[in-house]
Design a protein around this ligand. Structure first.
Ligand code: HQG
Length: 187
C-alpha cells in the first residue's frame, strides 16, 4: 500500500475507532456511521474524501479493518475501538490455544496482572503464531504468549470473533498465559 493510501486508512481508523468528533461525525451504538456525512464532514475540514476512495480503502485493507453495510450506506471499523460501541459480536467457542503478540518490555507487568485491554475495548488475540509475532513487533522486540483459550472458556470467560478474524476477550488472567518459545523458528 502506498503512503497516501496508508495515511487514508489510518485516518479512517482514527475517526471510526477513536475520535469521530474531530470531524463532527457520530457513530451509532454499533459503530456505524453514514458514508455521505463522513465524506462531507471530512471535506469541510480539508480532508479530501470520495466514495470510491473509501470503497478502495475497505477493499485493500490488509487486515480487513472496515466493513460497509449491506445497503452500502454506512461504514464501521471491525474492531480496535476505544470509543464505546457495541459491535454486537457473537460469543464464540475459541480454539484450544490463541496467541497474543506483545513486546518484551511489557512482559513483567503482563505476567503479574494478566492481559488488560488498555485503551481498547478488548484484549486482542490472534489465531496464528505468525500474526501474533507481527502484532508484537509493532511495539518492540516481539514476544508471543500462548493463551489457554479453551480453559478460559470452560471457566466462563467469553470470547468474541470480529468480522476480520481477530479474537477478543475482556481480559486474560496470568494463569492462562504461557510464554511461547518458538517465536524465532517461525520467522
Ligand atoms: C500490552 C492492531 C503491560 C499488550 C493489531 C499490547 C491488533 C500490557 C499493548 C490490534 C498489559 C496494547 C491490537 C499489562 C496488555 N501490562 N502491558 N497488564 N496487558 N498489555 O495496540 O494487542 O493495525 O492496544 O500486550 O493487529 O498490540 O490497529 O493492542 O502490547 O489486532 O488494525 O499493551 O491492533 O490492529 O497495545 O493490538 P494495543 P495490541 P490494527
Amino acid at each position: 500500500m502506498n503512503t497516501n493510501k496508508k495515511d487514508f486508512s489510518k485516518f479512517l481508523s482514527f475517526v471510526l475507532r477513536h475520535q469521530p468528533e474531530t470531524i463532527g461525525i457520530k457513530l451509532d451504538e454499533h459503530g456505524w456511521t453514514d458514508i455521505q456525512i463522513l465524506i462531507k464532514n471530512a471535506r469541510a475540514r480539508g480532508k479530501h474524501m470520495t466514495l470510491e476512495a473509501i470503497q478502495e480503502a475497505v477493499r485493500i485493507s490488509d487486515k480487513q479493518r472496515f466493513a460497509i453495510s449491506e445497503d452500502g450506506l454506512r461504514i464501521r471499523a471491525n474492531q480496535g475501538h476505544s470509543v464505546k460501541v457495541d459491535l454486537a459480536l457473537p460469543v464464540v467457542t475459541p480454539p484450544d490455544i490463541l496467541f497474543h503478540g506483545t513486546a518484551s518490555r511489557f512482559m513483567q507487568s503482563i505476567m503479574k496482572e494478566g492481559l488488560r485491554p488498555g485503551s481498547r475495548h478488548h484484549v486482542h488475540l490472534s489465531a496464528t503464531l505468525q500474526t501474533a509475532i507481527t502484532v508484537g513487533a509493532r511495539h518492540g522486540v516481539p514476544i508471543v504468549l500462548r493463551v489457554m483459550a479453551r480453559e478460559m472458556h470452560e471457566a466462563g470467560h467469553k470470547f468474541f470473533l470480529s468480522a476480520n478474524g481477530v479474537w477478543l476477550c475482556d481480559q486474560v488472567p496470568p494463569r492462562y498465559l504461557i510464554r511461547n518459545h518458538d517465536d524465532k523458528q517461525t520467522k
